[in-house]
Design a protein. Structure first.
Length: 58
């Protein structure tokens, strides 16, 4: 997720924190499908902490 899509430099700190909290809450209920080596499909919950890491760190 690109931070510039949810926060703006003109926002107050409280507004930025609220926007980040809302984005993390929205991600909490989502899942992604992972296909195992044996072809089984599993739905795995997305980790909201992934929003705080760059893609290279994940």
């Amino acid at each position: 997720m690109n931070a510039s899509t949810i926060i703006d430099e003109n926002m107050t700190l409280e507004e930025k924190l609220a926007a980040i909290d809302a984005a993390m809450s929205a991600m909490a209920g989502q899942t992604k499908q992972i296909v195992g080596d044996d072809g089984t499909v599993s739905n795995v919950p997305l980790d909201p902490a992934d929003l705080t890491m760059c893609e290279g760190c994940q």
